[in-house]
Design a protein around this ligand. Structure first.
Ligand code: HEC
Ligand code: HEC
Length: 492
C-alpha cells in the first residue's frame, strides 16, 4: 500500500540528506534561547532535578544508591548558559565534532576511570549497549552499580522535540492532540542532548562524579585536556563553568554528526531512493508493518517519507505497552519497586498523572537488529520475540506473564493494577485470550526480515557506496548489511 512512496523524487532525497547537517547551526542558534530557559528553570527548582539519566529515586530499592544526588550540587561552579559562554576561540562544527568524539570515548571522565559514554553507547552497536545485559553497570567502585533501564541507541535522536504533554502534528490531522511526546531518555525528562549529557557524568550508577567541579577536574587531568584547550582557547579549563559548557557542547555537537548518528545508509533508505528492491520476505514484512489491521507498527514507528525527511521509525509518542517485568534488573527484586516511566519515580514532574503511568517513549527502530535487549527494561533478548509480543500479548497472555499462586495469569505484571487501563489496546493488540492473533508466524518472520533492512551500512561501506553507481551499490550494501546482521544474529 505504501510502496508508492518509494518513488521518492530527487528533490526529496537531497532535502533528507541536507536536513541533518542544517540542524547543527539551527541547534546552536535556537537552543541558545531554550537553554537559558532550561537553566533558569533548574535554578528555580532548587537545582536538584535529575536530567535524563537514571537517578536513584526517593523510593530506591536497596540495590540502588540510597541517596538521590542533586544534579547541581552547591559546590558546583555557577551555571552559565552554554551559548552565552564567551570562549577565547570559536570552534567550528568540525572541530567540535572531533573533540566531542574524543570526549565521548574518554574514560578519564568517570570516577572509576574505566567508563566512557561509549562503554554503554557502543558505536559498533548503533550507539546502544554492547552486550545482552538488560542494564549496564556503572558507578565509582570496583564492583559497580546496576542501572535501571536498558541503554537506548543514540542514533537518529537529533530531531527529538522537547517533551510536551500535548503534541499537535502539523501534518495531516493537526487538530488531534497526540498526547505526551518527545524529550530525551525513555521518559522524555531531558529537554535536549546537552541537558542529557550532564546526567550520566553525575549519576551514581553511571560515571559517578560527585559534581560538575569533579568532572572539570578530571577533564583537566585527562589525555583530552590539550585538545579541549586547542579547541576553545588556552584558559578554558581555568574557569569551571566555562569548562563544563565546553564539555557538554562538544558532546552534543558530536551527537549531531550526520555521518556518525544519522547516515541514512540502510537498505531501506536505498529502497526509498529507488536504488534497490526489497526481497519478497522484506516486502511482505513492510506490508504487515504498515497494515493497520495487522502489524499497524507504522502508526507509532513511522515508516514513510514526510515533508522530504526520511522516516525515523518513531513518532516520539509516549505509550504504555505493558511489557512483562524483567527479573534480571536487580532493582526489580524488590516487589514494591516499579519503573512507571512518565509518572516516575525517575521522572518527578508528572507524578500526579495516574493516566501517564507505564508510558515510555516510542524508540526509533532504525538499527534495532543490532540490539541484544529490547524495550525499556531490556526484558526481551531476541528481535522475533519482541515482534511476537505484539501478536500474542492479548490473545496468549499466558506465554508472556507469570502466574499467581492460584494459577491465574498476572497480565501486565510490571504495572500496579490501578494503571492497567493505561495500556494501549489498538491493533496489533486487542482480542480476547484464545482469540486470533493479528499477525501469523509467517508475518512475524517477515516483519523481522524487514526490520533488518533498517541497519545502517558500516561507515566505510556507506562512503564507498556514495561514490559508486546504483546496481553495484545495491549489492555492496546488501552484503555489508547482511554481514552485520549475521554477526549480530550470531552474537545473540
Ligand atoms: C552506565 C551506562 C551509561 C553511560 C556510561 C552513559 N549512558 Fe547515556 N544512557 C544510559 C541509559 C540507561 C539511558 C536511558 C536513561 C533513562 O531512560 O532513564 C541513556 C540515555 C542517553 C541519552 C538519551 C537517548 C534517548 O533516546 O533519548 C543520551 C543522549 C545519552 N544517554 C548520552 C550519553 C552521553 C553523552 C554519555 C557520556 C557523557 C552517556 N550517555 C553515558 C546509559 C549510559
Ligand atoms: C501504539 C504505539 C506502538 C505500536 C503500534 C507499535 N509500537 Fe513498537 N514500541 C512502542 C513503544 C512505546 C515502545 C517502547 C515500550 C517500552 O519499552 O515499554 C516500543 C518498542 C518497540 C521495540 C523495542 C525497541 C528497542 O529499542 O528496545 C520493537 C522491536 C518494536 N517496538 C517493534 C514494533 C513492531 C514490529 C510493531 C508492529 C508489530 C510495533 N512495534 C508497534 C510503540 C508502538
Amino acid at each position: 500500500m505504501r510502496e508508492g512512496k518509494a518513488a521518492v523524487t530527487g528533490v526529496l532525497q537531497v532535502l533528507a540528506t541536507a536536513l541533518v547537517p542544517m540542524l547543527v547551526p539551527m541547534l546552536l542558534l535556537a537552543l541558545a534561547t531554550l537553554h537559558v530557559r532550561a537553566v533558569s528553570a533548574a535554578v528555580h527548582d532548587g537545582a536538584a532535578r535529575p536530567a535524563a539519566h537514571a537517578i536513584a529515586p526517593a523510593s530506591a530499592p536497596s540495590s540502588a544508591p540510597s541517596s538521590a544526588p542533586s544534579i547541581v550540587p552547591s559546590s558546583a561552579p555557577a551555571t552559565q548558559p552554554f551559548y552565552a559562554s564567551t570562549f577565547e576561540r570559536k570552534p567550528d562544527t568540525a572541530q567540535l565534532t572531533e573533540l566531542g568524539r574524543a570526549l565521548f570515548h574518554e574514560p578519564a571522565l568517570s570516577a572509576s576511570g574505566r567508563l566512557s559514554c561509549a562503554s554503554c553507547h557502543d558505536p559498533a552497536h548503533a550507539y546502544g549497549p554492547p552486550n545482552g545485559r538488560a542494564v549496564q553497570w556503572g558507578g565509582a567502585g570496583a564492583h559497580g552499580v546496576p542501572g535501571l533501564r536498558a541503554v537506548p541507541s543514540l542514533m537518529y535522536r537529533q530531531t527529538t522535540p522537547p517533551f510536551s504533554e500535548h503534541f499537535f502534528d502539523n501534518d495531516g490531522n493537526d487538530a488531534e492532540d497526540q498526547g505526551p511526546t518527545g524529550g530525551y531518555a525513555w521518559d522524555g525528562r531531558a529537554g535536549s542532548a546537552h541537558e542529557q549529557a550532564q546526567a550520566p557524568l553525575l549519576s551514581p550508577f553511571e560515571m559517578a562524579n560527585r559534581d560538575r567541579s569533579e568532572v572539570v577536574k578530571r577533564l583537566a587531568q585527562s589525555p583530552s585536556a590539550a585538545a579541549v584547550r586547542t579547541t576553545f582557547g588556552p584558559h578554558v579549563l581555568d574557569d569551571p563553568a566555562m569548562a563544563w559548557n565546553a564539555l557538554v557542547l562538544a558532546l552534543e555537537v558530536f551527537q549531531q554528526s550526520p555521518r556518525d548518528f544519522a547516515p541514512f545508509s540502510s537498505r531501506y533508505d536505498d529502497y526509498l531512493r529507488g536504488k534497490l528492491t526489497l526481497s519478497p520476505a522484506e516486502a511482505r514484512g513492510l506490508r504487515v508493518f504498515n497494515d493497520a489491521t495487522k502489524g499497524n507498527c507504522a502508526s507509532c514507528h513511522i515508516s514513510d517519507v514526510k515533508r522530504g525527511a526520511f522516516p525515523l521509525f518513531t513518532d516520539m509518542g509516549h505509550i504504555a505497552l505493558g511489557v512483562p517485568r524483567n527479573p534480571a534488573i536487580p532493582a526489580n527484586r524488590q516487589a514494591s519497586w516499579y519503573d512507571l516511566g512518565l509518572c516516575g519515580p525517575l521522572r518527578e514532574d508528572l507524578k500526579q498523572h495516574a493516566d501517564y503511568c507505564g508510558r515510555f517513549k516510542t524508540p526509533s527502530l532504525r538499527n534495532v537488529a543490532t540490539r541484544q535487549v529490547f524495550f525499556h527494561n531490556g526484558g526481551m533478548t531476541r528481535l522475533d520475540q519482541a515482534v511476537r509480543f505484539y501478536a500474542e500479548r492479548d490473545v496468549h497472555p499466558e506465554r508472556w506473564y507469570p502466574k499467581d499462586a492460584k494459577g491465574r495469569v498476572r497480565t501486565f505484571d510490571d504495572l500496579p493494577a490501578a494503571y492497567h487501563s493505561n495500556v494501549n489496546r489498538e491493533p496489533p493488540f486487542g482480542g480476547a485470550p484464545g482469540g486470533h492473533a493479528a499477525m501469523s508466524e509467517q508475518d512475524i518472520a517477515d516483519v523481522v526480515a524487514f526490520l533488518k533492512t533498517l541497519t545502517d551500512a558500516p561507515i566505510g561501506v556507506a562512503a564507498k557506496r556514495a561514490q559508486t553507481k546504483s546496481a553495484t551499490t545495491a549489492t555492496t550494501a546488501t552484503s555489508a548489511t547482511s554481514a552485520t546482521s549475521a554477526k549480530n544474529a550470531a552474537a545473540r
